[in-house]
Design a protein around this ligand. Structure first.
Ligand code: HDE
Length: 697
């Protein structure tokens, strides 16, 4: 089948470079079999190591050289392979081959990342997430190197080193790791209002995704599609996750950093390993060239989005990730993305941020991957044939044949240059100038658009995030200056933040911005309503009613959720009705922040232990505070109301299956009733229940 053939080619090329340790004994790098690797060659049993021990020297030398520089930004990441297929031909607006035929699947490699922290930092920090996609198309590699926010912090790439220096840890202490809550970042923000729109996103729950599988991706810049006739259309790219957009809450994200610093990476890996392949829809916003100036912002300004209400998103295809890498270093670490990896039919615009990126990515790979031949690494190698006159250099892996110059007659005139036109013949003129376009000077209206488009609970989280971040800033003038900037976005926002951080509330109103884009709220992105891959912790104990465990597990597993039975000790539980039942995890090894929901089954004995167990109390209370679904069955209902007294106000334990703001209970004994399972599934699908009354502990 042609589509699979194309995919297979990518895999076959990788396999040709993979080694098979099962074919024989350990060898040296020269292929010499090794008889013993635990002891060095010494002069006498207790004597010094001999210089001639080539196995020892090779082993140690290679180890000493194992590290390469980590990425200067986006150092920590996770990757996966998959494929992309268009829904229908996009020939109407682009000639890009991979967007023409719905029966052709193009292989992809995707790397998700955090930005600020080093390679060993935690996943669940407040940060932008990178969303970089490499399409191995039949016309060569196309990289869409995006983020999970649709806007960026600066407008011109020449500011990138300033911004990143301010964002990275303070230069004297190298503190904080993976965090933006420190003086230099906020100093920069308070002096550089163009950052404000992206800062609003950074303070929102978008900056703490529940899963890489549950976040949007954006190309950010305006690009150009070019059709076969050479007609260009402006385009913005959007990835929309099938599972919906879901986030953590800040308290949970922080605890997660300690409980499982690999939370997002593990989630991606485990989902793919379990056959739960994450999927995104690719959508485009198209703007005809003649409408370039139809907006009250500049299409070339990467701090602006095009509200979906103005230009709807047109779905054009889907991407599925279905294969984990085999070698983190060889694949995820060595993958080299570059905004200038384009295919005919997709082109740049003059966005000054994009122009800078087109320089930076190649430059950075030369250092990081040690020379100009990194495109030969398996993960970077195109499936399209490569015929180039580039030669030699460090780590040259190709044996080139024929001429190495153009034109050549001696090489038979190969390769010739008969490919399609690579660049759109855009007209360019103007004086050389180092200025910022006037059309780039509005920094507040879209920050305000974002604020006004949030639901109440999203706004509360944003205010809390500003208070947290600015509350950690030691320079009071930076706090005050930032709040003054926020007043230009929205006075209420600025005053609420000011009250929390001990600076005077600004009284002066900035301009009023009334625009709203409902599509920007997380509430507008619930996903397909399924509970697939959501994780449920069942807190059980000896003497539990086994029918609760089996019925809940069966019902939820049938819907694709992952149920884990957790007990104070590992091994198995004694149940009242079903004998011993395996325990998936021991309570001390897990925490509520690692699950999407918590369920308390019942049973005739043992509940007093649970009610007083501090781990159980913390588990259930955390789930409640973090807005997660909480459920109880049989005598578990009493346990729930004892350990989380606030739930009593929501669900009445005696009146059958009751569900209120994500708290679901059914005091009936025996297997979980369908009514209960349905209510719990709905609560789980909603992901979070932020409308709960404030917690008293
Ligand atoms: Fe990047 N960025 N960036 N960036 N970026 C890098 O390239 C840079 C920007 C993004 O998983 C670096 O290979 C400049 C916007 C992602 O390997 C570096 C500017 C967006 C990744 C670089 C930007 C991104 C990077 C570091 C301003 C979203 C990780 C290592 C002009 C649209 C890719 C590397 C991966 C990585 C430069 C701004 C996304 C230094 C100069 C805007 C997802 O080249």
């Amino acid at each position: 089948m042609p589509p699979l053939d194309h995919e297979d080619r990518k895999q076959q090329r990788e396999e040709s470079t993979a080694d098979d340790p099962a074919t024989g004994p350990l060898t040296t790098d020269q292929g010499v079999d090794v008889d013993r690797t635990d002891d060095s060659l010494t002069a006498g049993e207790r004597g010094p190591t001999l210089l001639e021990d080539f196995h020892f020297r090779e082993k140690l030398t290679h180890f000493d050289h194992e590290r390469i520089p980590e990425r200067v930004v986006h150092a920590r990441g996770a990757g996966a392979y998959g494929w992309f297929e268009p829904y229908e031909s996009c020939a109407e607006f682009t000639r890009a081959a991979f967007l023409q035929d719905p029966s052709v699947r193009t292989p992809v490699f995707v790397r998700f990342s955090t930005v600020q922290g080093p390679k060993g930092s935690a996943d669940t920090v407040r940060d932008v997430r990178g969303f970089a996609v490499k399409f191995y198309t039949s016309e060569g590699n196309y990289d869409l190197v995006g983020n999970n926010f649709p806007v960026f912090f600066i407008q011109d790439g020449i500011k990138f080193p300033d911004f990143v220096h301010a964002l990275k840890p303070e230069p004297d202490t190298d503190i904080p790791t993976g965090a933006s809550a420190h003086d230099t970042l906020w100093d920069f923000v308070s002096l550089q209002p163009e950052t404000l729109h992206a800062i609003m996103w950074l303070m929102s729950d978008r900056a703490i995704p529940r899963s890489y599988r549950m976040m949007q991706g954006f190309g950010v810049h305006t690009f150009r599609f070019v059709d076969a006739a050479g007609r260009a259309t402006f385009v913005k790219f959007h990835w929309k996750p099938k599972l919906g957009v879901h986030s953590l809450v800040w308290d949970e994200a922080q605890e997660c950093q300690g409980r499982d610093p690999d939370f997002n990476r593990r989630d991606l890996w485990e989902a793919i390993a379990a056959g739960e392949y994450p999927e995104w829809e690719l959508g485009v916003q198209l703007v005809p060239e003649e409408d370039e100036f139809a907006f009250d912002f500049d299409l070339l300004d990467a701090t602006k989005l095009i509200p979906e209400e103005l230009v709807p998103i047109r779905p054009i295809g889907r991407m599925v990730l279905d294969r984990n890498p085999e070698s983190f270093f060889a694949e995820t670490e060595q993958v080299a993305f570059h905004t200038a990896n384009l295919v005919p039919g997709i082109d740049f615009t003059d966005d000054p941020l994009l122009q800078a990126r087109n320089f930076s990515y190649l430059d950075t790979q030369l250092l990081r991957l040690g020379g100009p031949n990194f495109s030969q690494l398996p993960v970077n190698r195109p499936v399209a044939p490569v015929r180039t006159n580039q030669r030699d250099g460090f780590h040259q892996g190709r044996i080139h044949r024929g001429a190495n110059y153009f034109p050549s007659s001696l090489g038979g005139g190969h390769p010739d240059v008969s490919g399609p036109r690579m660049h759109h013949p855009q007209q360019v003129h103007g004086p050389k100038t180092r200025t910022r376009a006037v059309s780039f000077t509005d920094h507040y209206s879209q920050a305000a658009l974002f604020w006004h488009s949030m639901s109440d609970w999203e706004r509360e989280h944003i205010v809390a995030a500003f208070r947290f971040e600015l509350g950690k800033v030691t320079a009071m003038q930076v706090r005050t200056r930032t709040v003054a900037e926020l007043a230009h976005v929205d006075l209420d926002l600025a005053q609420r933040v000011a009250r929390g951080i001990g600076v005077p509330e600004p009284a002066e109103k900035g301009p009023e911005f009334g625009a709203v884009s409902p599509a920007l709220s997380i509430e507008a992105l619930p996903g397909d309503g399924s509970v697939r891959t959501r994780t449920v912790a069942v807190l059980a104990h000896d003497g539990v009613d086994g029918r609760h465990l089996t019925s809940v597990r069966e019902a939820l597993a049938a819907r694709g959720a992952v149920v884990e039975v957790i007990a104070p000790e590992a091994g198995s539980l004694d149940t009242t009705s079903e004998g011993p039942y395996p325990v998936d995890r021991a309570l001390p090894t897990v925490a509520s922040v690692l699950y999407d929901a918590v369920l308390l089954p019942g049973g005739p004995v043992g509940t007093p232990d649970l009610i007083t167990d501090p781990d159980v109390i913390r588990f259930a209370r955390d789930a409640y505070r973090h807005g997660k679904p909480l459920a109880a069955l049989g005598s578990g209902v009493g346990v729930l109301s004892a350990v989380v007294p606030d739930t009593v106000r929501l669900a009445t334990p005696t009146s059958g299956a009751v569900a209120d703001r994500g708290v679901v209970s059914d005091a009936a004994a025996g297997p979980a009733r369908a009514e209960f399972v349905e209510a719990f599934t709905r609560a789980l699908a909603a992901h979070r229940h932020p409308q709960r009354p404030p917690v008293r502990y």
